[in-house]
Design a binder for this molecule. Structure first.
Ligand code: 5AD
Ligand code: SF4
Length: 333
């Protein structure tokens, strides 16, 4: 196992079989996490990028079986933040909180047309900040239009590369189309982020190995990996939560194979495990996305339970996150 880790550190490549061996065996987990931490330091340094997350609409046309925002969940108050307020939130995050990247995330909400989004992107880009979008599947032309309007990055997780599992969990969606969207993002010139859920019922170790190879094949600029956290108002209410350790291993292996990309310590990791984000930062991650959404809306963006129950204001959670980063000898950028 140690030889495989050394191979990954020096060549940044592993075969499917080698990935499976490392994912299955837990004897060398601490060596794997330490190796991912070293590779992270060598390639992207000790700075932790803070991206201010604004969840601007929880309307979604899709019906993913794991997600609290799914269309069929009637047990949720739907909100949409208007463009003027979104701009004010971004302005506050950039000029008062000092954040250099903003992530605008929503469900797949058709209210926000290409025209509306491009106008908003252009306005936001008058501020001195990078802009990431995380708004779902769109056409190639739409991705190109966002790029032309000034957007810098886009996040669209593949969720799983196991097509059968994807179709079971994302009813009505098309796996090939999702792959096509990710390729279109890459072609549009937007920095492209993708990622997976760890812990979907029926997900195998082999398919997680395929997920990592998929990230490399794109090649992705950012990868977000989170354990599944069952939401009570979804069909997956009663499945066990994903394994934090397994999610961390998928993340660490991703760092070894794609050494220079950006990898967030995800909120799902923090929700599932005490100090989950700090553990992730020490096993390959170099990004944190503090939530800067207005508190009054924040509790309604409940993708999974426990996520938004902090009760902190955006300013409070930002200073808290900076302290935690500094406590492990890293610094916020
Ligand atoms: N637990 C953890 N992550 C989830 N997501 C959706 N539902 C859940 C859940 N129950 C993730 C998906 C999506 C991202 C925005 O949130 O991977 O891409
Ligand atoms: Fe919608 Fe995304 Fe939730 Fe699926 S995961 S229901 S696309 S918000």
């Amino acid at each position: 196992m140690k030889n495989l880790i050394e191979k990954a550190v020096s060549t940044h490549s592993l075969t499917r079989e080698e990935l499976i061996l490392l994912l299955r065996d837990s004897a060398c987990d601490s060596e794997l996490f330490a190796a991912a931490d070293d590779v992270r330091r060598t390639y992207v340094g000790d700075g932790v990028h803070l991206r201010g997350l604004i969840e601007f609409s929880n309307f979604c046309r899709n019906n993913c079986c794991y997600c609290g925002l799914r269309r069929d969940n009637r047990n949720i108050f739907r909100y949409r933040i208007d463009e003027e307020t979104i701009f004010r939130l971004v302005e506050h995050a950039v000029t008062h909180m000092g954040l250099k990247t903003i992530v605008l995330q929503s469900g797949e909400d058709l209210y926000f047309t290409q025209e509306k989004l491009c106008a908003l992107i252009r306005r936001i880009k008058t501020l001195d900040a990078a802009l990431t979008l995380s708004i779902g599947e769109k056409t190639a032309e739409e991705y190109q239009a966002y790029k032309a309007a000034g957007a810098d990055r886009f996040l669209l997780r593949i969720e799983t590369t196991d097509k059968k599992l994807y179709l079971e969990n994302d009813p009505g969606m098309n796996w090939e189309n999702r792959v096509e969207c990710i390729k279109n993002l890459k072609k549009s010139g937007l920095e492209t982020g993708t990622g997976v859920l760890v812990g979907l019922p029926g997900q195998t170790i082999d398919s997680l190995a395929d997920d990592i190879l998929f990230f490399k094949s794109i090649p992705a600029d950012m990868i977000g990996i989170g354990p599944l956290i069952p939401h009570p108002d979804t069909p997956l209410a009663r499945v066990p939560a994903g394994s934090f350790r397994l999610a961390l291993k998928v993340m660490a292996l991703t760092r070894l194979l794609l050494p220079a990309i950006n990898i967030p310590a995800t909120t799902a990791m923090e929700t599932l495990e005490t100090d989950g984000q700090i553990k992730a930062l020490r096993a390959g991650a170099n990004v944190i996305m503090p939530n800067v959404t207005l508190t009054e809306y924040r509790r309604f963006y409940e993708i999974y339970p426990g996520k938004s129950a902090t009760g902190y204001t955006p300013d409070e959670s930002l200073s808290d996150v900076k302290k935690r980063i500094e406590a492990i000898g890293r610094f916020a950028v």
